[in-house]
Unconditional design. Structure first.
Length: 260
């Protein structure tokens, strides 16, 4: 073995040893960042809602004449007014992205008749409070959730009076203010701007049984009319902002407490 061959062999050994040593050294690659958490609609929410409602009020009025005759009429009027209030509820997002939830709301309103009234007098009754207790069924498309909803609706009527636009009948009294109940159905869209805040737009159709009471007498002195209930039908369009609570711990500042 000559000197040249000895030098080459030594160099090869050094290169091989360096490669083996480098293979044993820890990697200097930056750690891979974890993927962002997947948004979920599961959890409690609460917020404010407001909008506009219009529809019609249809009443049943029994008319009685002094000669014993009796007949019925159904005065009606268009209604309109604003509505503002609050809502709260809970939502479950299932593994297949279908969403099931429950939501209740309660609002102040100034909804009242604003149209012409019909035949032999008309009924006037203002709806001052309105609320619903509803189920929601939707589908989560990431942060966007379309849904349908339906359930129980109720309202508080500020008395019922019966009068006339033709001057032949005058009110002889109003019923006491009272609550009425009914049903509601509708649909909406909700979008999560952030993990804890969402905005929504919603339409509801509601029909509430209006209270009985209120009466009128004929100026001719030959008859009396008595309100015998009816229906208050509303088309409600509103928007809202909700705050979402994903865990009790996040609300109280205690990590991991009551995670949903």
């Amino acid at each position: 073995m000559n000197f040249k061959a000895t030098i080459l062999g030594a160099c090869a050994s050094v290169i091989a040893l360096s490669a083996a040593t480098a293979a044993d050294l820890p990697s200097r690659k930056a750690p891979v960042a974890p993927p962002p958490p997947v948004f979920s609609w599961t959890g409690w929410h609460g917020g404010v809602v407001g909008g506009y409602a219009g529809g019609d009020a249809n009443y049943n009025v029994n008319l009685y004449a002094v000669n014993g005759a009796a007949w019925k009429t159904n005065p009606s009027a268009g209604t309109s007014g604003y509505i503002v209030g609050y809502e709260s509820g809970y939502t479950w997002q299932l593994p297949n992205n279908f969403v099931v939830g429950y939501e209740g709301d309660y609002s102040y309103t100034n909804i009242s008749p604003d149209g012409s009234r019909t035949y032999n007098g008309g009924v006037s009754s203002n709806l001052t409070y309105f609320g619903t207790e509803r189920f929601r069924f939707g589908y989560a498309m990431g942060r966007l959730m379309p849904y349908v909803t339906g359930g129980f609706a109720y309202g508080y009527f500020n008395g019922v009076s019966y009068g006339s636009t033709n001057g032949l009948w005058v009110s002889s009294g109003s019923s006491a203010s009272r609550w009425g109940g009914g049903w509601t159905v509708g649909a909406g869209l909700e979008y999560a701007l952030m993990n804890n805040f969402s905005v929504k737009a919603e339409y509801l159709y509601s029909s509430i049984t209006a209270p009985s009471g209120g009466s009128a007498v004929s100026l001719a002195g030959n008859g009396v009319g008595v309100v015998n209930g009816g229906n208050y039908n509303l088309n409600l369009a509103r928007v809202g902002v909700n705050y979402h609570v994903k865990s009790i711990g996040a609300l109280l500042g205690v990590d991991g407490l009551g995670d949903f």
